[in-house]
Design a protein around this ligand. Sequence first.
Ligand SMILES: C[S@@+](CC[C@H](N)C(=O)[O-])C[C@H]1O[C@@H](n2cnc3c(N)ncnc32)[C@H](O)[C@@H]1O
Length: 270
Amino acid sequence: MRGVESLRSLGLLLAQHPREFSARVAGYADLGLQRLFGDPPTYETVRWQSALGDAEVHLGGVAEILDEPALKETEESTRRLLADIRHEDTFVPHWAADSVLARCCYLACRLIEPEVVVETGVAYGASSAFILRALEVNGRGTLHSVDLPPLRRDYQRYWGIAVPEDLRDRWNLYRGTSADVLPQILEKTRTVDLFVHDSLHTRRNMRREFDTIWPFLRRGGVLLADDVERNRAFGELRQKGPALWRVVEDRETAPLQGRAAPVVFGVAVK
Ligand SMILES: C[S@@+](CC[C@H](N)C(=O)[O-])C[C@H]1O[C@@H](n2cnc3c(N)ncnc32)[C@H](O)[C@@H]1O
């Protein structure tokens, strides 16, 4: 059923958004090639607790932030929302950011108090909700999110559904590929304090996003990237000489949805 639905959605996309259609097909091809011929890296990894120690040294105290009621409320409301829509015909259910990366997004925003946050990959908007809640607590900052909307006929019902109405003032959601939209955002903002990659996890796409963002990321700015174990792009970022580069590998204890899952994501500080 889902295959038929995807084919129908692809047909509609071809008719209404031909550029998105070709990007989607190219993305599938890239993913397929990576699965067949990719040469996944073996990174030295650290546990979440150890990464928190690094964050403390480079960015400041973390314990109080992780205890903030706003973080707990966001976790609870996101968990409730994802449970409520679980039985509906939505996007790929495991697409929402895992609970550890979501906390890390909140933590990074509270630590560096960014003016400009850019993220790629929205779907339900779980990571967007954590970022926007932290910006609200900070009382400043804007989130620019880029997403090629998921291939569902009724995607608009679920697109960014995790972001509450009262947090949307600080949110600019752009439709399109990161290849097309990131340069347009950077032309306006000229600088980025925090970047979060959670779109298409192919080497080509991740490398392009990192290469595009890095010159605009301010010194001390933070780059977070989900699922970095899938290809070598995050390892290649070391050639740019980040002040801190870590791959976090752990297991969730309090998942936002379903069962606790393994977690791998990258953290770099410029
Ligand atoms: C893993 S989901 C994002 C999950 C989100 N961060 C959250 O926490 O709920 C990946 C999203 O990236 C989108 N996407 C795929 N290719 C893309 C591209 N080239 N540029 C931008 N978004 C893309 C997918 O359609 C999907 O909506």
